[in-house]
Design a protein around this ligand. Structure first.
Ligand code: PGA
Length: 251
C-alpha cells in the first residue's frame, strides 16, 4: 500500500525563530493526524538543524527543498546530500518548478541530484508539472510524461520505493488557481501508467503521487478523494500550522 503524505514546502519564508515556532505548532497538532498519513516539513537550509531538534521523537519528517548535484568540494553556496543527512533530513524536494524556471534546472541535472540523494539514503520528492502555455496548447499529458520519464527512467524499481512524485501544475502554484480534482486526477493516473510501463504495476501502485498548487483546507478533501491522489505538497498554506494540519485531516 502506498503512503499518504502531506508535505509543507516553506520555500524562502520565515526566519529561524519563526520556522522553529511553526515546526513546534505543527508537532503539537500532529497528534490529531491519523496513523497512515505522514507529515513532512521542508524549511530553508538555515533552519534544518534547529527544526530537526523540534521534530525529534515526533511523527513529522524533515525535508530539504533542494540539494547540490555534486557530492562535495569547491562548489560555493551549494549544500550536499551528506550535509542534509547530517542536519537530520530524511528527504529532499527536487525539481520544483521554481528551481526549473528561475535557476535553470534541467531533467539531466535532476538525474544527478536524485542519484546523490538516493545514494545518501534520502527520500526524494520529485516535482513535475506543465506551465500555462503548455496546458493551453493541450500538451500537459505530454510534458508531464516526458519529465517523469527523463528523470525517473534512470532509476530502478527498487529505488522507486524511495521516490515520491509531486504533480504541480505551474499555473496553479501560488496563484490561488487550483487544478480541479478531475484535472489533477487525470494527470496522476497518467503518471501512474507511465510508471507501470517501465517498472510494472506493483511499483506504480506503490508510488505516492502528491498534488501541489494552491491546495488548502477547503479544497484538499475533494482532491484527496481521487483514487490516484495520495496527498499534497503544500506551499502557502504550509506556513500556518492550522491550515497545514487542516489539509492533513482532509483524507
Ligand atoms: P502553493 O505552492 O501551495 O503556494 O501553490 C505549492 C508548491 O509550490 O509546492
Amino acid at each position: 500500500m502506498r503512503k499518504k503524505i502531506v508535505a509543507g514546502n516553506w520555500k524562502m519564508n520565515t526566519t529561524v525563530a519563526e520556522g522553529v515556532a511553526l515546526a513546534k505548532a505543527v508537532v503539537e497538532r500532529s497528534a490529531e493526524v491519523p496513523e497512515g498519513v505522514d507529515l513532512i516539513v521542508a524549511p530553508p537550509f538555515t533552519h534544518l538543524v534547529s527544526v530537526a531538534e523540534v521534530l525529534k521523537g515526533s511523527k513529522v519528517g524533515l525535508s530539504a527543498q533542494n540539494c547540490a548535484n555534486k557530492a562535495k568540494g569547491a562548489y560555493t553556496g551549494e549544500v550536499s546530500v551528506d550535509m542534509l543527512v547530517s542536519a537530520g533530513c530524511g528527504w529532499t524536494i527536487l525539481g520544483h518548478s521554481e528551481r526549473r524556471q528561475y535557476y535553470g534546472e534541467t531533467d539531466a541535472l535532476l538525474v544527478e541530484k536524485v542519484r546523490l540523494a538516493l545514494d545518501a539514503g534520502l527520500g526524494v520528492i520529485l516535482c513535475v508539472g506543465e506551465n500555462l502555455d503548455e496546458r493551453e496548447a493541450g500538451r500537459h499529458f505530454e510534458v508531464v510524461t516526458e519529465q517523469t520519464k527523463a528523470v525517473l527512467f534512470n532509476f530502478t524499481a527498487e529505488e522507486m520505493a524511495k521516490i515520491v512524485i509531486a504533480y504541480e501544475p505551474v499555473w496553479a502554484i501560488g496563484t490561488g488557481k487550483t487544478a480541479t480534482a478531475a484535472q489533477a486526477e487525470e494527470i496522476h493516473e497518467c503518471i501512474r501508467k507511465v510508471l507501470a510501463q517501465k517498472f510494472g504495476q506493483a511499483v506504480a501502485d506503490d508510488t505516492t503521487i502528491l498534488y501541489g498548487g494552491s491546495c488548502k483546507p477547503s479544497n484538499a478533501k475533494e482532491l484527496f478523494a481521487q483514487p490516484d491522489i495520495d496527498g499534497g505538497l503544500i506551499g502557502g498554506a504550509a506556513l500556518k500550522a492550522d491550515d497545514f494540519i487542516g489539509i492533513a485531516l482532509s483524507f
